[in-house]
Ligand binder design. Structure first.
Ligand code: HEC
Ligand code: HEC
Ligand code: HEC
Ligand code: HEC
Length: 186
């Protein structure tokens, strides 16, 4: 056998042996129990605590906000979309002495928060048929339909913060700045 073929064969055999032993060494014991999958990852994933708790959880302590939210235009927008995951609110589950407040978006924040969903975009399904105006006599606007109301902030409010006129828990009827100033008083 020519020398270079012999060298090549030795190289191939050594690489194969290395590859096979590396696979045996690095594959964890539970790997083939359910096929090509690490069986131990199933209980690991199941043991994770959900980060979100859902609006019913908030109702216990923030019943006023929950009541307002659940009977108004944002009832399909869960609290934690705007306030973040509440797993550690109000008490850290690992340390009950530690408390954690959820973020309270400021007027400045709402310019980006609200436009996440309400910015007018061509690809976004328009409210169809268009929503009817708020009727103060009846105390509500037209029934909830598909799609989402869209605004161009510059045209809609001259770029003012959304919080100035809309209460996020009850986006209609419109409130005005005086009320906001009052609401901000301790
Ligand atoms: C076990 C009672 C409890 C539950 C349940 C609870 N909270 Fe709270 N929350 C509190 C307390 C207490 C505070 C602190 C109030 C304070 O210091 O003014 C607080 C504060 C907050 C704040 C900050 C208020 C501020 O002025 O900065 C937000 C926002 C909030 N909670 C939202 C939520 C949401 C959303 C949920 C549901 C996912 C929820 N909370 C569930 C008790 C609770
Ligand atoms: C569309 C976004 C949005 C949703 C949905 C929302 N919030 Fe808020 N929340 C805000 C913003 C913005 C503020 C700050 C309001 C302000 O300063 O006037 C706030 C303030 C709060 C506060 C602080 C104190 C207060 O009463 O103003 C609490 C408590 C709170 N929200 C609880 C809730 C709960 C409970 C839910 C669900 C039932 C909820 N929020 C749903 C945006 C939202
Ligand atoms: C996660 C998406 C989402 C965010 C964030 C959000 N909204 Fe909404 N909003 C909706 C949906 C869904 C509806 C119900 C369909 C509709 O009326 O377009 C709605 C409805 C509304 C309405 C009409 C309410 C009615 O009674 O008909 C107003 C006004 C409004 N939102 C303002 C705001 C403001 C102000 C903010 C920021 C504080 C905000 N939204 C943040 C999804 C969102
Ligand atoms: C100067 C006050 C003011 C400000 C600031 C403001 N809005 Fe409005 N908004 C209104 C009024 C008035 C209506 C009409 C209410 C009605 O039809 O009953 C409205 C309606 C809406 C609607 C419902 C549209 C529809 O088709 O019914 C959405 C969504 C909305 N606003 C989102 C926003 C967002 C997002 C911001 C922040 C970028 C914002 N608004 C800032 C006054 C304001």
């Amino acid at each position: 056998m020519p020398k270079h073929i012999l060298r090549l064969s030795v190289l191939i055999v050594v690489s194969l042996a290395l590859a096979v032993s590396a696979k045996a060494y690095f594959t964890v014991d539970s790997f083939y129990r359910y096929g090509h999958y690490r069986a131990d990852s199933v209980p690991m994933i199941a043991a994770q605590e959900p980060a979100y708790r859902g609006p019913a959880y908030c109702a216990d302590c923030h019943s006023d906000r929950h009541g307002q939210w659940s009977s108004n235009g944002h009832k399909t927008v869960k609290c934690e979309i705007c306030h973040g995951p509440a797993r550690t609110h109000p008490f850290d589950p690992n340390d009950p002495d530690k408390t954690f407040k959820l973020p309270r978006p400021t007027a400045e924040d709402t310019r980006t928060l609200c436009t996440l969903c309400h910015m007018q975009l061509t690809a976004r399904p328009l409210r169809d048929p268009p929503q009817q105006a708020w009727d103060p006599a009846v105390g509500k606007s037209a029934p909830w339909r598909t799609g989402i109301s869209q605004v161009l902030p510059d045209e809609h409010s001259g770029g003012s913060a959304c919080l100035m006129c809309h209460d996020p828990h009850q986006p209609k009827p419109i409130r005005f700045k005086e009320e906001l100033v009052q609401a901000a008083q301790p």
